[in-house]
Ligand binder design. Sequence first.
Ligand SMILES: Nc1ncnc2c1ncn2[C@@H]1O[C@H](COP(=O)(O)OP(=O)(O)OP(=O)(O)O)[C@@H](O)[C@H]1O
Ligand SMILES: [Mg+2]
Length: 269
Amino acid sequence: MADPIISVRDLVVSYGGRRVLDGVNLDIQQGEVLALLGGSGSGKSTMLRHIIGLERPDSGRICVQGVDINNCSARELKALRRDMGVSFQGSALFSSMTVEENVQLPLRELTSLADPVIEIMTYIKLAAVGLGDAGKLFPQELSGGMKKRAAVARATALDPEILIFDEPSAGLDPIVAAELDELILFLKRAFHMTVLIVTHEMASAFRIADRVAMLYKGSLIAVEDKESFRASNDPRIRQFLDRIPERIAESESVQRRIRELAGVTGATE
Ligand SMILES: Nc1ncnc2c1ncn2[C@@H]1O[C@H](COP(=O)(O)OP(=O)(O)OP(=O)(O)O)[C@@H](O)[C@H]1O
Ligand SMILES: [Mg+2]
């Protein structure tokens, strides 16, 4: 098999003495879409921040395109950053800038392209996500779905090899979320991009991902193709997939407590 485009080895991260990532290993191949799953607080965003080199781990090694991101020159790091398009949890657009200016930001910071070229590239990126007419608007004038699409346009501004998305469809209505899934699949097909995506939406993960990885208590307990993940017998995965919280809500003790509370407020069925 070819060398992985992203390779994570024995990654350990602690905050205030508490281990959040406890020896994580993961290889991502060029051109694949990998969905990273896990409960809230399991360390998904932390892992992404380390993969893009925003934070240094306690120990372990992260290589992107064969370069150790915690042990390379400033020039190599800048080149790597150009090759990674990132959209963080929430769209994180700058509210004082228009949509156009937001998309132009990486082009201005990381390239020395002339203004007219930047303007044309910005327009192409916005048109590709269906925001060709929205460039002059400010983020607060956009709907939630439009904001996410603008964030995708900004992440793809530099034609990166790798796209890293942290919950791009959180809070979107199902139709807009599905559109975003198709947009990601289009980017993969058209530009052979590698996509690492954190999502809580199972339908979305199973639609777009080639493989699925799951974080649980600081470790990756699964990295496999989505069919075998879906059929897994691992109780930790089943609990996640079958949404045990819903079953807990139906449990006798919870129901009893609800009846008690209803008695207190005098509510009747
Ligand atoms: N900069 C930080 N300083 C201290 N603790 C942090 C920091 N970043 C994350 N943590 C802690 O690390 C754990 C993992 O956080 P992380 O944001 O990676 O979770 P997550 O899997 O992305 O969760 P969610 O699905 O809710 O976004 C949490 O307990 C969080 O409180
Ligand atoms: Mg997160």
